[in-house]
Design a binder for this molecule. Sequence first.
Ligand SMILES: *[C@@H]1O[C@H](CO)[C@@H](O)[C@H](O)[C@H]1NC(C)=O
Ligand SMILES: *[C@@H]1O[C@H](CO)[C@@H](O)[C@H](O)[C@H]1NC(C)=O
Length: 402
Amino acid sequence: MYWCALILILILSSSSLATSAHKRTKICIPINPMNITNCKKLLTLGAELGWNIHNETHIDILFTIPISMDDTPKWVAWGVNPRRKRPRMIGTRAIIAISQANGTLKVSRYNITSDTKLGCRLQPLQPSIEFEDVVVQNMTGDVKPNRYMSIFATLILRPDLAAYDIARLNHVWQVGYEADEVALEPKMHPTALQNVDSTETTNLYSWKGISIEHRRHHLRTVHGILNIVGWGTLLPFGVIIARYLRRYPFHCTHWFLSHVSCQIVGYILGTIGWAIGIWLGHASKEYHFHTHNILAMFIFAFTTLQMIALRLRPTPIDDFRKYWDMYHHFLGYALLAVIILNIFHGIAILKPDKTWLCAYIGTLAVLASITLGLEIYTWCKFMNSKMKKPNTSGEVQPVPSS
Ligand SMILES: *[C@@H]1O[C@H](CO)[C@@H](O)[C@H](O)[C@H]1NC(C)=O
Ligand SMILES: *[C@@H]1O[C@H](CO)[C@@H](O)[C@H](O)[C@H]1NC(C)=O
């Protein structure tokens, strides 16, 4: 019981840390030749956006993407969408930097249309042609191997059209790994969740993200944390309590209460996380995570069955009880395996920053070492008692419970 509360507090506090890391930082751009004064981390791909506001229709933009030795995109893109639209790929006035054989970036403007989405070649605008509603000047691209790729530009939003509102700027960003560097044609980008979700609406005055994408992003975080804590940590911990404190090697009178409270709290948290996950699945129509969904349904159905056991299990004197115990234990272990699998699957879908994976592997390592320690202790105790008292009378020895 107390253990469960402790774990809960630990994980809740680490989650609040994780969300506070998203707050604004004064300047996040590695080098700043353009004297950018505002900067914020974007929702996906590790991207950051810096800007200076000269007046309502005149802004400087510095967009950066972190790169590493084994993850260097061939092109990076940033663009704006007119304010009457949602932030999305089609309709974007994009600035795309394509990396060249000599290690530099070549930056051009691109008009992203529905044809682009259908797979038509994306060609740069001729220098003489302007977008109807925004003039792009001073485009430059910069790359520092193993550190970042960046795009700088000045945007002059045509005031007579009022197509953009920097208090609600729709913008999108992207990276891709294939391009025709001579013809300056970027090719299809990856279709992982991070690449599909790389859009937001930002108030450049207050730095606030104000789009549905932000809410969805936060809900994904909550979904992940609840399921990792509920299903992925408390349920296994409750199993350890039942296995080692029930009879052998330790007999704690309160083992049942601890086991049940751990499982109830874990079940409730996990189920809330599961319900949020279902909602998220419905909200992102273009994306389906079949394996993740099916495993989640399986987990929910069978953890519910395990919880019902609290009311419906046979009494200890029932003949049937022995088989019921075997079934309850077997299902419990199978569920743990599926839960752990699905959590790793979920982390692979979300691709959050590395701390998530490390945190969960760390949690599992702690649980595994507790289990291993107790298992070794159980066998030592069992062997000891066997040697001290040779079994001549045929009486039943205590065996490690399974
Ligand atoms: C940035 O600020 C420095 C020092 O204030 C100045 O020397 C430099 O010219 C500025 N650069 C730009 C692009 O405004
Ligand atoms: C960009 O594409 C849209 C939609 O096809 C079109 O109406 C517009 O004229 C294009 N703009 C430029 C500058 O090519």
